[in-house]
Design a protein around this ligand. Structure first.
Ligand SMILES: Cc1ncc(COP(=O)(O)O)c(C=O)c1O
Length: 394
């Protein structure tokens, strides 16, 4: 793991301590170069003409993403963010009244709201899998729930937006496969942070985003749909990219996962997403994951001994998302105080409404979220801890 190289590729670390990688990470130089070069090309040639010139590179975006998650390029759709990618999978499922969706208490509101919508519209049922004593999905409880033959979907995030456990997704996937239940994985906070291998996980569908741990541009994401499912899953929305008119009365839908895409997109950002996947692969996702865990572990240790600070992370395996509360200051005040330091420190606030089930269970209103990436350092963590010890009571 070449930290100097990672930092040299991330010039903003000179003036900024960026611990908001779960919000949007700093793009490395090669990604910025790919995006800006394409914008220049569009300005010079015209948007359609510039895209035509980059056809091979645009096709390579699918191969790069496929390599990153051990899929086939035909199983990848590039969609404008993780939410819409997830929606395209979820709303395409033929869920009917009485069908049961299993999810975790760590579910993201952006996914939970669609469950509620289909509950209201179609009468589906939502069941939340109980957690074990360490705070992650209980595998025996999941196994028991999967015995209900009305379970039509298992759907949860590998890592929640407000930190918490890294869910044991390979064991979860194995249970879903054994029960013959579709598994939709929200890997939005996982891709780029930790190794994600769809073959090992056994998920049927996976949604992720570009701008977070993957360090790509904003406004981009992708969906993976397993080949055998893809051909049988009719997208909830179609357009002239996903399908082709055959006669005035008939159309045919593409056979690959691009049936979940739509035609117009931010081509520069799409190329940037491919460059971000290439960058992560070149650095090595596994060594970055080791580095992230080591740094996050160090931050948790240092936070735990600051008077008034409580680390809020659960789970046998924890991620780079470190969450905590401060007894005298709200999460927003902590965020503002850190941002006001001479060398600005970016952390964010994770609020009740984005992970309501979990926050309610743990009686939390908001948490401060410091999300660490492999390009961060112990010295940056020390600077944040020092600033926190100086925070005046509100
Ligand atoms: C766990 C999780 N899922 C989904 C999303 C949505 O991703 P996007 O904003 O790219 O749609 C987020 C964003 O914070 C997230 O943390």
């Amino acid at each position: 793991m070449n930290i100097e190289r990672l930092r040299a590729d991330t010039p903003a670390v000179e003036h900024l301590i960026h611990f908001n990688n779960a919000g949007a990470a700093l793009m490395p130089r090669p990604v910025v170069e790919v995006v800006t070069a394409h914008l220049q090309r569009e300005a010079r040639l015209g948007g359609y003409e510039a895209a035509a010139q980059q056809t091979p590179d645009l096709n390579n975006v699918y191969s790069s993403i496929a390599r990153l998650i051990n899929a086939d390029p035909d199983e990848i759709a590039v969609i404008e963010n993780a939410t819409r990618a997830w929606d395209m999978a979820f709303y395409s499922l033929p869920l009917r009244a009485g069908d049961v969706i299993l999810t975790s208490s760590t579910e993201y509101a952006g996914n939970y709201i669609p469950y509620l919508q289909l509950k209201q519209q179609r009468g589906i049922e939502i069941r939340v899998i109980p957690n074990d004593e360490q705070g992650q999905v209980s595998l025996p409880a999941l196994k028991a729930l999967l015995e209900n033959e009305r379970v039509a979907l298992l759907s949860l995030p590998v890592i929640a937006t407000n930190g918490g456990p890294v869910q044991p997704i390979e064991q979860i996937g194995a249970l879903a496969r054994a029960a013959g239940v579709l598994f939709l994985l929200d890997a939005c906070q996982g891709v780029g942070q930790m190794p994600i291998d769809v073959q090992k996980i056994g998920c049927h569908m996976l949604a992720a985003t570009s701008r977070k741990y993957l360090r790509g541009p904003r406004g981009m994401g992708f969906l993976y749909v397993e080949k055998s499912l893809c051909q049988n899953l009719e997208p909830a929305f179609l357009d002239l990219h996903a399908a082709t008119l055959q006669t005035p009365d008939s159309f045919s839908i593409r056979g690959d996962a691009r049936r979940f895409e739509n035609w117009e997109c931010n081509v520069a950002a799409k190329l940037g997403l491919g460059a971000a996947a290439d960058y992560a692969l070149a650095q090595g996702v596994e060594p970055m994951w080791q580095q992230i865990q080591q740094l996050a572990g160090y931050l948790r240790e240092r936070l735990a001994v600051i008077p008034g600070v409580t680390v809020q992370d659960l789970g046998a395996l924890k991620s780079g998302i470190v969450t905590f509360t401060h007894h005298g200051n709200s999460a927003l005040q902590v965020q503002q105080w850190l941002a006001a330091q001479a060398k600005r420190i970016n952390v964010s606030t994770s609020t009740f409404s984005s992970t309501m089930l979990d926050m309610q269970q743990r009686d939390l209103v908001a948490v401060s979220r410091a999300s660490i990436h492999a390009y961060n350092t112990d010295a940056e963590i020390d600077a944040m801890v020092a600033a926190l010890t100086r925070i005046p009571p509100a």
